[in-house]
Design a protein around this ligand. Structure first.
Ligand SMILES: Cc1ncc(COP(=O)(O)O)c(C=O)c1O
Length: 387
């Protein structure tokens, strides 16, 4: 029999395949299924970003290995961070990657050793756990609970865990819980990182989808660039999910180590994709703001609608997700998600997919227009599942 590594054997195939089978069964019965499962924006990528990619594709030079981040792209990131977040960067603080998922998947390899601990939010985006596993380090999950507004309780992490920590992952507005963190969270993280000598890796994926005030950057906090770096993905702000555009930005030493690792397995970001990144970062941001407003309308339609029909779902503070407690008496989050497909034709993600503390919750992605979300609320109410 073929031998596979313990790492390979530890990877699961995930719930996606199982729920897709269930979806097909329900659709075969003629039921219209509303899919709120995957967090891919339904908005099109804006024309000026597409045009930049198309124009760059016309030049055969741009189809060669890219090897380096273009000065235009690095300059665009520098200007963007200055204007948008008030953060002054230099070129040695920026490295591109093919999406945050790719970057996260590799960051553990440069920051951790097998005896080290990685502090991860639970529940949290699945790639955070991957970062620890691929780094062959030990994940330590810090719990995010409703009672603590889904914020880290740094005092609950034992001193000996901090001592063994290689890096802490932070990410707000948070997928899947939709919470936003106040400045104290970042300040405390920086203080702990300095005290114990670990790094902070922030995932800045949703700073443009926030419903109170303006989203920011971890790097704007004093001392942040001495202790850490953040992934800055264009996927959700600019609807460029498939083009895989993200950056690791912050401490030049971390960035240099990341670049060195990356040079071993990749030749860099495809030049037409770099041109798209420049167009996104230097272009008009009206569309970004308009989409945030649309996400707010969607959040109101789903959370408000579900509350009206008897399911007490709180409003998300940010992101394109809604985090809902499984109603009493419906089993595990996966059992409830299956029941929701069967009885209401609505697909959501079981909270257990995001870590042990996700059990008891499901996640809805706001990836359909308001009228479809209203139809989902109606279908859930009429199914009798909440009675
Ligand atoms: C917290 C978080 N980070 C990163 C990503 C993905 O970023 P990218 O498309 O750059 O891999 C997602 C996507 O769902 C996410 O929820």
């Amino acid at each position: 029999m073929r031998k596979f590594s313990s790492l390979s054997n530890s990877l699961g195939t995930g719930v996606f395949a199982r729920l897709t089978v269930k979806k097909q069964e329900v659709e075969a019965k003629g039921v219209r299924v509303i899919d709120l499962f995957v967090g891919t924006p339904d908005f099109p990528c804006e024309q000026h970003i597409l045009d930049a990619g198309i124009n760059a594709m016309r030049d055969p030079e741009n189809i060669k290995y890219s090897l380096l981040d273009s000065p235009e792209m690095t300059g665009a990131v520098i200007n963007y961070y200055k204007e948008r977040y008030g953060v002054q960067l230099t070129a040695d603080m920026i490295a591109s990657c093919n999406g945050t998922q790719d970057g996260m998947g590799h960051i553990g390899m440069i920051l951790a050793d097998p005896e080290d601990v990685v502090l991860l939010p639970d529940p949290g985006y699945i790639a955070f756990e991957t970062s620890a596993l691929f780094g062959r380090a030990r994940p330590y999950y810090y719990r995010l609970t409703a009672e603590n507004n889904f914020l880290p309780d740094f005092d609950a992490i034992p001193d000996e865990v901090y001592r063994r920590t290689a890096y802490l992952v932070l990410s707000y507005p948070s997928n899947p819980v939709g919470a936003v963190a106040p400045p104290e969270v970042y300040k405390r993280a920086i203080e702990l990182a300095k005290r114990y000598g670990f790094a902070v890796i922030n995932d800045n994926a949703y700073s443009d989808i926030i419903f109170e005030g303006e989203g920011g950057s971890f790097l704007s906090y004093e001392g942040a660039t001495e202790v850490g770096a953040e992934f800055f993905s264009l996927s959700k702000s600019f609807n460029t999910t498939g083009s895989r555009i993200s950056f690791l930005i912050g401490d030049p030493e971390i960035v240099a180590a990341f670049r060195k690792l990356r040079s071993q397995y990749d030749f860099g970001m495809f030049m037409p994709v770099q041109a798209m990144a420049v167009a996104a970062l230097t272009g008009d941001r009206k569309g970004v703001k308009a989409r945030c407003e649309e996400y707010r309308r969607r959040r109101d339609a789903l959370c408000g609608g579900l509350r009206t029909v008897g399911w007490n779902v709180p409003d998300s503070q940010g992101t394109m997700f809604v985090w809902a407690r499984v109603p009493e008496g419906h089993g595990t989050s996966e059992q409830f998600a299956e029941e929701l497909i069967e009885r209401a034709g609505v697909i959501c993600t079981p909270g257990s997919e995001f870590g042990p503390s996700g059990e008891g919750y499901v996640r809805f992605a706001l990836v359909k227009p308001v009228e479809v979300l209203e139809a989902a609320v109606k279908a859930i109410a009429e199914s009798g599942i909440l009675d």
